[in-house]
Structures are given as structure tokens and as C-alpha cells.
Design a protein around this ligand. Sequence first.
Ligand code: ZN
Ligand code: ZN
Length: 370
Amino acid sequence: MSRYPVARRLAAAQQALADEGVGGLILFPGPNMRYLSGFDEEPMERHLLLVLTPDEAEFLVPQLYETQVRDASPIRPVHVWADGDDPAEAVAAVLGDRSLDGETVLLDDRMWTMFARDVRSALPAASFGLASTVLDALRIRKDDHELAALRRAATLSDEASRAVRALGADAVGMTERGVVDVIERTVAETDADGVSFEPIVAAGPNGAKPHYRHGTRTIEAGEPVVLDFGAAVDGYPGDQTRTIVFDGSPPDTFLAAHEAVSAALEAGIEAVEPGVEAGAVDRAARSVVENHGFGEAFIHRTGHGVGLDLHEPPYIVAGNETVLGPGMVFSVEPGIYLEGEFGVRLEDLVVVTDSGVERLNTSPRGWRPA
Ligand code: ZN
Ligand code: ZN
């Protein structure tokens, strides 16, 4: 059975539905379903839905998933349809029993259109909205279970970061893919689920593409390498970035850029406290990069919330008026990208506390490996 506090999360979601006058919430496999039920599965072609009303919660699942769903989640009833049945009829039967027609019904933001179509034809008089309008406010503040998982994920991510750093000059001559192997092996030896996303190991000019992953480029002496990766624990991701020159002398511009990004990271984290708007954290980090003369090269927002989704609210971006509050977890990750030359990014995760900020990452941030 799930270790997630499902009963508490369900009660909060049902209360929110009642408060908003929403008749029902229909979820599809993904982070929302995992958050509310404990059941985790990739999106798939078979109809697998979680239906929530202010008073009830129930699953509709393909027969071959029944045991898995019952084992993973305390939610009952679990309605089953078999291969060979018409799944659209099964959807119509479950939704018809709930008298949801004519009500406001929220659909998982990422439900595939083929399933949304079947729900809509079962409820022709309902009005539809997005699940995020109710769930974002719940998911944005992490409960104790989530905070414990995120802390552990950050610790294991830092361990992998130290293992990469320990390669020292030996990393010169390795390929980006070879460094990814070191990261994945280090994480595999821990109690983590695995890496939280396909690691970024971006050497030299590849580092100037913020979401480049990795390839066969060989790391050269004097070349900055952007290393962005994490370990996941119980579905909750670590996400941290360091930029390292494993041996030799980097260009002078790199030294200036790394200094600017280091100062921006500290200024951004310094700005975090309850009551502050998310946009103010972006401004604090960005103004440092601008003052160092690299403003044009900081081509993305300063950070993103982290939870069952690697990227989720609050987004630390200019103009975001979301007021930061205790339990929110997000990245602060300023970067400078000089096309054809190199990139520099530093990233830590932080938690907003009652009185300020808790930093989750403790691994070294300097550009020399040792
Ligand atoms: Zn990252
Ligand atoms: Zn990130």
C-alpha cells in the first residue's frame, strides 16, 4: 500500500471541490492520480480513470490492472472493465451513477483527447475545466511525506554530484555519455528510485543549449561542463546543477560568468521568504547577472517548483505574483549561455519555511573539481 497520506490528500481535494462548487474531478494516469491515490502508472491507451466527487472516490480500471490498483491505493470501489468490453460504456455507467451531468467537471490537464471525448459524450450537459484549477493549490505546498522524500532526493543527488567531482582530471577524455554512466551507477547504489530525469552532461559549446542532454562529445581540458541531474525518491525528484572545468584553464569569460552565476544563485536564495512574490526571486537573481554584464545571456526563468512533476508551480519567473508560503519547494537556477562557446548554470532546491528558507543541496558549487 502507498506510503503517501492518501486519506488526508483526498479529504483536502474533496473539500476544495465542495468549496468551489465543482461536481467532479476525473484524473488520468500521471502525477495528479499518483498524488491523490498512491497509484502510479504511465499514460496508456486503455481507459483508467479516477473519479472524485465531494463525497466519493472510485477507480475505473482495465481488468489487467485491478490487483495493481487495489495493492497501491486504498480508494474503493474499483470498477473493472475487461478487454472486449466497450470502455466508453463503462465510463458512461460510472459517470451516470454519479449524476454528474449538468455539473462542473474538472479533467486532468494532461488527459488524452480520446478519453476526454468519451467523458464529454457521457456528460453532454456538463461544463468542463482543468483539474489544476483545484489541485495546484494543494500540490504547491508539500506535506511532511513529500518534504522528507525531497530532502532525501537532494542528499542522494549531492552524493552523485560529489562522485562526478571526484573524477577530477580523469574526466578529461571521457565522453559526456561516460559521465552519465558514472551518475547512473552512483544513484543505482543508493535507495533512490533512479535518476529523476535523463541527466544533462553538456561539454563546451553544448553547455550553451540549456536543455541539451548528452552525447558522444569528448570532454577536453579547459572546457566547462554543465552537469544537471538528480536522484528521485518515492517519485520526488532531486534536481541540481554544477558547472565544472575538470582540468586545465577555462577562458577568462568563463571565470566572470561563473562568478556572476554564483552571486545570482546566492541573491536569489537570499530573496526567498514567506510573503514574497515568486517574481521577486527572479528579479533578485536576474539583476545580479545583469549587473555583471551578462543579462542578455540569461535566457530562461530563474526556477521552477518541484514535486511529483519535475517542473510545476510555483514558476520563478518575471511577473509571477504567486505569494511564496511555507512548504513550497522550487529551484533557483540562474545561467549564462554563450552560443558556440559554453554555458554556466548553478541550481539548488529550496523549501520556503515559516521564517525563511531551507536549502536542500549542500554539494560544492565551485568550478574546480576539488
Ligand atoms: Zn536541473
Ligand atoms: Zn531545474
